[in-house]
Design a protein around this ligand. Structure first.
Ligand SMILES: Cc1ncc(COP(=O)(O)O)c(C=O)c1O
Length: 361
């Protein structure tokens, strides 16, 4: 591939910080950079607590486990999302209830309320899709009304805000991903944020094999996981956090370049009023077959990707309840994620758009 969908973009400081970690010999999970990384995420998002982890998926799992979500519990989850929003529900042997999108592409409030009325839902996991905020204030209000915990899958939306408040900080828990194609990366990693000190302490304990404190030996009253981030990867994260504003500005510029080029042939993902997304990926619907565009780009060494195949269309999920009108089926059929790497320049976008235009005649 000559152009990837959203490749890593280093700030230049990463190797200095990694060297500092090597010089201190903290080549271990935990260490000063893990703390610095957690502090940087807290300072940026204004989340009260943060826990650095090996992935966002592990963060969603810890959120469910600490909230006591287990067998027979029902958890409402965005259907139009990546599988990792849902799979931790299955790790806990709980039951997903799939909620469709509306024409904002984000979780449909009416479908969610319908599910909350009809099912005994313990928690709601909402995805902030492709870096844009969902109608999170309204979703939080619904969760409060029906007594469900709110977990925000903000894996894609670090830096996105709703009424100036960061996505990930509206619910009892939120997660950000730092995997290889996100707006920032630690090569692999995630951060769980939360507002409840005790629950966050429990999540921290479970993330390091649930060792009891106050013993010389390893004492266990429950089981945990090996979910912590290494000091080396956290060093990358600290350097990356320093350029988050720059990366968001570039992602948003790339989005506007695509808009200018493709205005006649594409409908772009909207933004919920009073919110500002990070435009992690520029995504759009096309009148012509998006798979034809995908193939034409691939032939030129350019990576694109169909929109998420909704969970309610996945064979894995055929037995789970689904609430909605199938809006995300239509988005899946017509949409494409376009190359959105922050190293791209206007001429790259023009080259990509030229190929798209040729397929759309
Ligand atoms: C919506 C969504 N949720 C969860 C994840 C999982 O993040 P991670 O790869 O850090 O576990 C991703 C990305 O991979 C994602 O896009």
């Amino acid at each position: 591939m000559k152009i990837y969908l959203s490749p890593p973009h280093m700030s230049g400081k990463e190797l200095d910080y990694i060297k500092e970690a090597f010089d201190s010999n903290y080549i271990a999970p935990l260490g000063p950079f893990v703390e610095k990384f957690e502090e940087a995420v807290k300072a940026y998002t204004k989340a009260p607590y943060a826990l650095a982890l090996c992935s966002a998926t592990s963060g969603i799992h810890l959120a469910l486990r600490t909230l006591g979500i287990k067998e027979k519990a029902k958890v409402a989850v965005s259907s139009f999302t990546f599988i990792a929003s849902l799979s931790p529900i299955l790790y806990q042997k709980a039951t997903p209830v799939l909620i469709d999108s509306d024409n904002s592409w984000q979780m449909d409030l009416n479908a969610l309320e319908d599910a909350l009325k009809k099912e005994r839902i313990k928690a709601v996991i909402v995805t902030h899709l492709y870096g844009q905020s969902a109608a999170i204030k309204e979703i939080a209000q619904l969760c409060q009304k029906y007594g469900a915990f709110l977990i925000e899958d903000a894996a894609e939306s670090l830096g996105a805000v709703y009424e100036k408040q960061h996505t990930g900080t509206f619910g009892i828990f939120g997660v950000y991903s730092f995997n290889g194609n996100k707006i920032l990366t630690t090569s692999g990693g995630g951060v769980l944020v939360g507002e409840d000190e005790k629950l966050m302490q429990l999540a921290r304990k479970l993330s390091t094999q649930a060792k009891e404190e106050g013993f010389a030996w390893y004492e266990h009253t429950t089981y945990g996981y090996n979910y912590r981030l290494s000091n080396i990867l956290a060093a990358i994260g600290v350097a990356q956090m320093e350029v988050l504003d720059k990366r968001i500005a570039k992602k948003r510029r790339i989005f506007s370049w695509y808009q200018e080029e493709l205005t006649d042939i594409a409908t772009f993902m909207p933004q919920i009023p009073n919110s500002q997304g990070n435009r992690w990926l520029t995504t759009a619907l096309f009148e012509s077959d998006p798979l034809k565009i995908y193939e034409a780009l691939k032939k030129e060494g350019i990576e694109s990707r169909p929109l998420w195949k909704p969970m309610h269309l996945q064979p894995l999920c055929k037995d789970f309840a689904f609430y909605g009108k199938g809006e995300s089926d239509k988005l899946f059929a017509k949409g494409l994620c376009l190359p959105s790497g922050t190293q791209l320049e206007r001429k790259d976008i023009q080259e990509i758009c030229q190929i798209i235009k040729e397929q759309s005649c």
